[in-house]
Design a protein around this ligand. Structure first.
Ligand code: ATP
Length: 237
């Protein structure tokens, strides 16, 4: 059976005032896969995630999710449709406890009820259970990243958008995060759209790659056949 396409972005053009950042981006994400967008700083990766999430308006083009047009809908409507966004920098609330931070994710649901049970989340992230009464600000970087992902999972998204989740983390901690992402796609059938700069980490988790340069996808392919040497040259500079 052909895997279902969950998300499609077609010919997306996004600009900040006079400055155009995305110049006709095309991308799709299949259910049960991790899709990764790589590219140097400033090429527009974050802008792409924000456009998908409705946080930045697309001037042209369309975003389709589960067959429905969601282009430029209010972010809360996009969240309720089933897309979870874990922004760069995690954005957890340092003074709130782990459990309280987790519950903030319920704002993405219409009835404030979890779509993934807290216990199930704590099974995926045992350290969060152990530290559930600690202030979020007292967690390590890797634990804060786990919390940011967990907070998004509580609303039961079908697609998770992740912006550089391994930034500032040691490789071993990054791999732990990667293993959790793989678990979500293989056991829950979720899809992940990842923005990443670290090739080793990306290779570990990714099924399908896109490579972006100056607001456009210039290369794409299956992880198994993707030419990473070429990619490395582009990214390393
Ligand atoms: N709110 C904004 N207003 C104006 N320009 C912006 C804004 N946000 C980002 N930009 C510009 O848009 C371009 C693309 O930024 P974006 O954050 O999407 O890139 P990126 O590929 O995610 O890079 P990084 O890895 O550094 O986050 C950059 O030149 C940036 O300066």
């Amino acid at each position: 059976m052909e895997p279902t396409t969950l998300l499609t972005a077609s010919n997306i053009i996004t600009a900040y005032d006079q400055s155009t950042i995305l110049w006709g981006v095309n991308l799709s994400v299949l259910q049960g896969t991790v899709t990764t967008v790589m590219g140097r700083n400033g090429v527009g990766k974050t802008t792409l995630l924000k456009t998908i999430m409705g946080l930045q308006k697309a001037r042209e083009g369309q975003v389709t999710f589960k067959g429905e047009h969601i282009t430029n809908l209010a972010p809360y409507k996009i969240a309720r449709a089933g897309i979870g966004y874990v922004p760069q920098g995690r954005e957890i609330i340092p003074k709130l406890t782990v459990q309280e931070n987790l519950q903030l994710g319920l704002e993405a649901t219409p009835d404030y009820k979890p779509r993934m049970a807290e216990e199930e989340i704590y099974t995926l992230f045992p350290i969060l259970k152990e530290f559930r009464r600690r202030a979020g600000g007292n967690l390590s970087g890797g634990q804060q990243q786990q919390l940011a992902i967990a907070r998004t999972l509580i609303s039961g998204p079908a697609l998770l958008l992740l912006d550089e989740p391994t930034e500032g983390l040691q490789p071993s901690i990054a791999i732990e995060i990667g293993d959790i992402l793989r678990q979500l796609v293989t056991t829950k059938g979720m899809a992940v759209l990842l923005v990443e700069q670290k090739i080793d980490f990306a290779k570990h988790v990714t099924d399908y790659f896109y490579f972006m340069e100056r607001g456009k996808m210039v290369k794409e392919g299956n992880a198994a056949t993707f030419d990473f040497n070429e990619l490395q040259e582009h990214i390393a500079v």
